[in-house]
Design a protein around this ligand. Structure first.
Ligand SMILES: Cc1ncc(COP(=O)(O)O)c(C=O)c1O
Length: 395
């Protein structure tokens, strides 16, 4: 490998909430332990971005900034190269985060009391976008089938057809299930939503993180009708571990929707802007980051196989859900018969394993844990060894 994915940059004093959780829970940092929770990576910084930002700082000043043509072109070129979707650079609106974008969309395109549909269990801030703005959650539970999840299109259609349902926040690829929706699934979702006038915000932040054999289909790429009925959110933050730069893109092909989104952004924040280093970091990553990403995906896949094989051998009661995309492995611990809060306590306090508890993704996540695979393999191996502590609790 050209890049080093084994070195850990310790973040205990760097303002990382994910690392702080270890100290807050245990009162100390155990030797050789890193967290596997929040979805950022425990790899060193991508050199192309680090060196590029250094050069940028040497040659520029940190004044106010707007998206440059080079920025828009880098975003558009990435989308086309990696996902085959040709977008117009002017469709892009910058936003300080994908959460920010779907919060804005909920306010811009729905009224208080109106329904916003989620496919649950799902990334928890999506629930906040609804509850904090007085909208109504339209819960479409995904159906568990063995080690994967499916869409119950009868339920989906019924809920979309309710005249109060105005918006779907689609998580594509889906966090935490690890599903990469197929073209057929997306076509059905899109057709039903168009028919019932349900607008779609497609959160595609995990679109570049694909396991071998899987392909992400940008929702807006499927047909013009879907493009006109959607807001597609992307960011370099998961792909290249740049979340701290707070830079994301809302790609809005429909000019009327784009204007409405922009008006809402201005209403909200007065002057919503990505910061100058974020824009440059994103441009650098999308322009020079491909080789790093390819190796990074190999490490994630290696960690996935390692954990899956270990659990099949040592803990056959734990079901690992099939990972198609994202670097977040969704594991069902309910077969161990340990109550979920007690399970979290044992994992953290005794095994020093810091995951995200499944119940934060909704009731259907109860009994699950989510393991962030974007971590050096040696720490994953050490974590698996510590997991053996669980054996004494199995009923
Ligand atoms: C599905 C999904 N959307 C959005 C985010 C966060 O996006 P941002 O940091 O750009 O607000 C995450 C982070 O884990 C995520 O998993």
């Amino acid at each position: 490998m050209k890049y080093d994915f084994e070195q850990v940059i310790r973040r205990e004093n760097a303002g990382s909430g994910k690392w702080n959780e270890i100290k807050n829970t245990l009162g100390f940092f155990p030797e050789g332990v890193i967290p596997f929770s929040v979805a950022d990576m425990e790899f060193g910084m991508i050199p192309e971005v680090r060196e590029g930002l250094k050069k940028f700082l040497d040659e520029n000043v940190l004044g106010y900034s707007v998206m440059t043509d080079a920025y828009r072109e880098a975003v558009a070129a990435w989308e086309e190269r990696r996902h085959g979707w040709r977008i117009q650079p002017e469709w892009i609106r910058d936003t300080p985060g994908v959460i920010n974008a779907f919060f804005t969309a909920v306010k811009a395109f729905t009224k208080p009391g109106e329904g916003v549909m989620l496919m649950t269990p799902v990334y928890y801030p999506m629930y906040f976008a609804i509850s904090r703005h007085g909208r109504t959650l339209v819960d479409h539970p995904l159906v568990r089938r063995g080690d994967t999840y499916e869409i119950d299109f009868e339920d989906f259609t019924r809920k979309a057809a309710d005249p109060n349902t105005k918006l779907l926040i689609l998580c594509s690829p889906h966090n935490p299930s690890g599903r990469v929706w197929t073209r057929e699934e997306l076509e059905r979702i899109g057709q039903i939503c168009v028919e019932h006038q349900v607008l779609i915000v497609s959160d595609e932040i995990h679109c570049d993180l694909l396991m071998p054999g899987f392909k992400h289909i940008p929702f807006g790429s499927i047909c013009d009708e879907f493009a006109r009925n959607s807001i597609i959110c992307t960011a370099p933050s998961k792909t290249f571990n740049l979340a701290g730069l707070q830079t994301a893109n809302a790609i809005i092909p429909n000019e009327e929707l784009r204007q409405c989104f922009f008006t809402e952004q201005q209403k909200d924040d007065g002057n919503p802007k990505c910061n100058i280093l974020g824009l440059e970091g994103c441009r650098l990553a999308y322009t020079y980051g491909e080789a790093w990403l390819e190796e990074c995906l190999q490490v994630i896949d290696r960690n996935r196989r390692l954990i899956t094989d270990f659990l099949a051998r040592e803990f056959p009661q734990i079901q690992v859900m099939k990972l198609e995309g994202t670097y977040l492995l969704w594991m069902d611990f309910s077969g161990l018969g340990i109550e979920c809060h007690e399970l979290a306590r044992i994992l953290k306090e005794e095994a020093y394993l810091f995951f995200d508890e499944g119940y934060i993704f909704g009731a259907a996540g109860e009994g699950f844990e989510r393991w962030n695979l974007a971590a050096p393999t040696q720490y994953v191996e050490a974590g698996l060894e510590r997991m053996k502590i669980l054996k004494k609790y199995i009923k």
